[in-house]
Design a protein around this ligand. Structure first.
Ligand code: ADP
Ligand code: MG
Length: 287
């Protein structure tokens, strides 16, 4: 199911981030819609290496909760990915449209992301950049993990695994101080921290680690995340949600449960059977 790049026409811009531009694209023959992520050439060798890693990870990742990649192209140094189109945008878009996101929706996000993370971690892939703008949603209300720009296939060299990449705001405490880790640390629990922090941000309606209005510069963030207590869930949230968040946001990485373990957490089972109407949440988005 490879898609030829030449058979795609751009429809509009979907987003842009640190690594490139993302377009909605239509297949000229089938009419099928894809997302086309284009990374412009002007990058040094290290960044290009990072992008090549992204290609390899994407090509191998096949899971219902990981955004599918239908092709990777290098045209004169301009690298393009043909991706599964996620028509409801990112969790960051939902958050921007709704200020706060209710628990039943967050339970679904958690369940789907944990299934994606379980698959990735089983395959020794640490995502390392889990955050609301990298969690995408479609009209079937499926949530999938995207953007492997800074992901890293685990290998034996711990030093490489700990190189500084990713978005520091969602980075777990141990990633600020890689030297303090013991040899058994595989990095997977860093994704659990980032997922917990993303869900907490959605519940609170603001970035949890800093007081409201505080500018998130690097030293302030590092101090807050490494020196402070982990951010606490809102007192008016359910005991199950509070317990889930506290489990994810333990500063000691070894104490954080695995994705597999968290999939059985009462926060997920609580909402699993209930058929909550979540359509109002997605209605405001351009579908
Ligand atoms: P970056 O490395 O620049 O952060 P992302 O892959 O995260 O790139 O894409 C940036 C934004 O583009 C996302 O936050 C999302 O809004 C949009 N986007 C990316 N991939 C898709 C997709 N497959 N379907 C729909 N929108 C997407
Ligand atoms: Mg991104």
């Amino acid at each position: 199911s490879e898609v030829a790049l030449e058979e795609l026409e751009k429809v509009c811009r979907l987003g842009s981030g640190s690594s490139g531009k993302v377009y909605k694209a239509r297949h000229v023959h089938t009419g099928a819609i894809y997302a086309l992520k284009i990374i412009q050439e002007k990058h040094d060798a290290q960044v290009r290496q990072q992008i090549k890693r992204e290609m390899e990870i994407l090509r191998r990742a096949l899971n219902p909760h990981v955004v599918r990649c239908y092709g990777v192209f290098d045209r004169g140094g301009e690298i393009s990915f043909v991706l599964e189109y996620m028509d409801a945008g990112s969790l960051a878009d939902v958050l921007a449209a709704h200020r706060r996101i209710p628990e039943p929706f967050l339970a679904r996000v958690a369940a789907h992301c944990l299934q994606g993370l379980l698959y990735l971690h089983k395959n020794k892939i640490v995502h390392r950049d889990i955050k609301p703008s990298n969690l995408l949603i479609n009209r079937r209300r499926e949530v999938k993990i995207a953007d492997f720009g800074v992901s890293k296939v685990l290998d034996s060299t711990l030093a490489q695994c700990n190189s500084y990449v990713g978005t520091c705001a969602y980075m777990s405490p141990e990633r600020f101080n890689p030297d303090a880790q013991d040899g058994h640390y595989d990095g997977c629990s860093a994704d659990i921290w980032s997922l917990g922090l993303s869900l907490l941000e959605c519940a609170m309606g603001r970035f949890p680690c800093l007081p409201p209005g505080q500018k998130p510069d690097w030293p302030t963030l590092m101090m807050a995340i490494c020196m402070g207590d982990p951010p606490a869930p809102p007192a008016d949230s359910s005991p199950e949600f509070q317990s889930f968040i506290r489990a994810c946001l333990q500063k000691n990485a070894c104490l954080r449960p695995s994705a597999k373990h968290l999939l059985t957490h009462p926060f997920l089972t609580k909402y699993k059977e209930k058929d909550c109407d979540l359509s109002p949440l997605l209605k405001s988005l351009q579908l």
